[in-house]
Design a protein around this ligand. Structure first.
Ligand SMILES: Cc1cc2nc3c(=O)[nH]c(=O)nc-3n(C[C@H](O)[C@H](O)[C@H](O)COP(=O)(O)OP(=O)(O)OC[C@H]3O[C@@H](n4cnc5c(N)ncnc54)[C@H](O)[C@@H]3O)c2cc1C
Length: 457
């Protein structure tokens, strides 16, 4: 890798050009706000009309409600994300559970709750929660104890790189019952990939983050506002208040020569830049350049070869309240989670948001087929929905929601690249985490620190 310092001599006129950040999702905005906080002038460019990237919201045509492009859930262990929210004054836009508590509705319609006691340290609170959980026969619950040694020494695990999540769970004595009822829903939510395909390493990393630190690390953190309002607009205000700029509808191209990055072109304007953070997804990296710069050839080839995984969301508006919980996990069904946005957002929203992660099988279904499936499963799981009238339904297919975690995928790149001045961020870069908000925020902070550490400001 070429050290960034090659690009950080004093500016000829004493005024440094802006650092240009391309992409206004969690990665780009966490990078840009960290730089702005340290006094660096930044320009953030995003091709789309609204900020937020894969974590955003749009206005529903009929109801005027702001609807997320898909429900996003964070955890107490999202340290970089929570630091970012705190920096921009948006920590009040999320609510955090005191300790992990998840209501589940099983295939027979029985509602149970996995609730980890707040008074026990991690990971014992999880084991105690599972042992008390009525959602499973006792023999299955007891198999969780066999995971205790692995949870307690998670930091020291050396994993067979070809092991899948399912293989790892079986190797740690988890019964088929607890895998189906607990580990599979958690793993699919965290990894967006079937457990028989997904590599074990990122899942073990997630468990390590959630269960081997403090007990709120496993608590769910829910956005209390539509996603772009929750973090992206506060980030914009933060950047602008520090003399930076945030532009939407701004498709960017990077200009580079043998010495490295020289400018960014946007809508016919050339912005001089010696330092650019790319915070675009894996499949968009190639489009940043008219021609692939030779130092980036292998990075771009690897990024372009990464496979993607879809998430499908069905939003349903009923004529009355049909669920008592803010959210519920479903097992043994196609829909994995139902969120009542009214209970999460307040009266500004009145729809249910139904999540299907690892949605390869349902993505090709028509809108009507997906809505019919969702309505059937809601009626099966929630008795109050059976007598309610469906007023409206929408479907959001995010075909490139996350990158694939199967074995044989290309290597994920570090922040520093071989092109001087060009730094990578994005959930898909080498954070060891799955494609999550936390991975994006961590990558953004790393990219910003790489520029700061090179003596930029
Ligand atoms: C439906 C759904 C549900 C999810 N649920 C969860 C969840 O519950 N928990 C969780 O942690 N994660 C979840 N994720 C994953 C999470 O959304 C992503 O990991 C995260 O948002 C990625 O952020 P990012 O900044 O790396 O990339 P992105 O958000 O993709 O941002 C990249 C930005 O780059 C812009 N861009 C691309 N090319 C250009 C260009 N040439 N010029 C200018 N701009 C450009 C794009 O417009 C985009 O805004 C979910 C994702 C989806 C889609």
């Amino acid at each position: 890798m070429t050290p960034l310092t090659q690009k950080t001599g004093p500016a000829p006129n004493g005024v440094r050009p802006h650092v240009v950040v391309i992409g206004a999702g969690f990665a780009g905005l966490s990078a840009a706000t960290l730089l702005a906080e340290r006094g660096v002038r930044v320009i953030v460019l995003d091709a789309r009309p609204r900020l937020g990237g894969r974590a955003t919201a749009f206005e529903d045509r009929d109801t005027g409600e702001l609807v997320d492009n898909g429900q996003h859930v964070m955890f107490g262990c999202y340290r970089e994300t929570l630091a970012f929210l705190k920096r921009i004054g948006a920590e009040g836009n999320v609510q955090t559970q005191p300790a992990l508590a998840i209501p589940f509705i099983g295939p027979e319609g029985l509602r149970t709750e996995l609730r980890c006691p707040v008074w026990l340290p991690a990971p014992l609170h999880l084991l105690a929660g599972v042992l008390r959980w009525r959602g499973l026969p006792l023999t299955d619950r007891l198999s969780a104890l066999r995971l205790a040694p692995a949870l307690l020494r998670l930091g020291n695990q050396s994993l067979d790189r070809s092991e899948t999540v399912l293989g790892w769970l079986r190797a740690h004595g988890q019964s088929a019952g607890i895998v189906t009822a607990l580990w599979e829903p958690l793993a699919i939510a965290a990894l967006n990939q079937p457990i028989a395909q997904a590599a074990a390493a990122p899942f073990v990393r997630v468990l390590q983050e959630m269960f081997s630190t403090d007990k709120t690390a496993a608590s769910l953190v829910l956005p209390k506002r539509p996603l772009h309002e929750m973090y992206a607009e506060p980030a914009r205000a933060f950047i602008e208040s520090r003399g930076g700029e945030v532009r939407t509808g701004a498709l960017a191209r990077v200009i580079a020569d043998d010495s490295g990055v020289t400018a960014v072109e946007v809508r016919g304007e050339r912005i001089p830049a010696t330092h650019v953070i790319s915070a675009v997804p894996w499949h968009a990296l190639r489009t940043l350049f008219a021609a692939v710069p030779p130092p980036l050839a292998s990075t771009i080839a690897d990024a372009s070869a990464m496979a993607s995984m879809p998430i499908v969301t069905v939003n349903l508006w009923y004529d009355r309240v049909v669920m008592q919980d803010a959210f519920v996990g479903l097992t043994g069904r196609t829909v994995q989670w139902i969120f009542d946005k009214r209970r999460v957002f307040g009266e500004a929203a009145s729809h249910l948001s139904l999540v299907v992660s690892a949605a390869e099988a349902v993505t090709p279904m028509t809108r009507d087929e997906l809505v019919a499936l969702a309505v059937r499963e809601v009626a099966d799981a929630l008795p109050d929905a059976r007598s309610a009238t469906l007023i409206r339904a929408t479907v959001v297919r995010e075909r490139q929601a996350t990158f694939s975690l199967t074995h044989g995928q290309p290597k994920r790149p570090p922040s520093l690249t071989a092109l001087p001045g060009f730094v990578l961020a994005g959930d898909w870069t080498a954070t060891d985490l799955p494609g999550t908000i936390e991975s994006a925020a961590l990558s953004g902070h790393r990219a910003a620190l790489a520029i700061l550490d090179s003596g930029y400001n």
